[in-house]
Design a protein around this ligand. Structure first.
Ligand code: SF4
Length: 106
C-alpha cells in the first residue's frame, strides 16, 4: 500500500460505453453489470490516459492509499485477456483458425 494517484470511476455517471477500456494501456478497466470498474488497483498506473475519452466525465484521478502499480502483473493480466479474446473459429471447408491471427479483429 502507498498513497498515490489512481483512477476513480463515478458509477452514477458511467453509461457503459467502454471507451475507457480501449484507452487504458494496462487493461486495468472492465465492464461489469454495464458499468466500468477497475479490475485491480495494482493494474492502474494513475496517469489518467482514460480521462479524456469518457463522454460522461465519470473518470477522475484521486490520491488515496492503494496497492502500488505493478507493471509485471498488469502485463500478465493483459496476456491472459488477449488469450481469452482469441476466438477459435472452425469452418467446414478449412482447418481451425483464430480470428485474432487471421483477421486482426480482437
Ligand atoms: S468511458 Fe466513461 S462512460 Fe464509458 S465506460 Fe468508461 S467510465 Fe463509463
Amino acid at each position: 500500500m502507498a498513497r498515490r494517484k489512481i483512477i476513480k470511476i463515478d458509477q452514477s455517471r458511467c453509461n457503459g460505453c467502454g471507451e475507457c477500456i480501449t484507452a487504458c494501456l494496462e487493461s486495468a478497466i472492465e465492464l461489469k453489470d454495464g458499468k466500468a470498474r477497475v479490475i485491480s488497483d495494482s493494474f492502474c498506473d494513475g496517469l489518467g490516459a482514460c480521462l479524456a475519452v469518457c463522454p460522461e466525465g465519470a473518470l477522475t484521478i484521486v490520491e488515496r492509499d492503494a496497492e502500488v502499480f505493478d507493471l509485471q502483473a498488469a502485463k500478465e493480466h493483459q496476456g491472459r485477456s488477449k488469450e481469452e479474446k482469441s476466438v477459435v473459429m472452425v469452418s467446414p471447408c478449412t482447418s481451425p483458425m483464430t480470428l485474432h491471427s487471421h483477421f486482426n479483429v480482437l
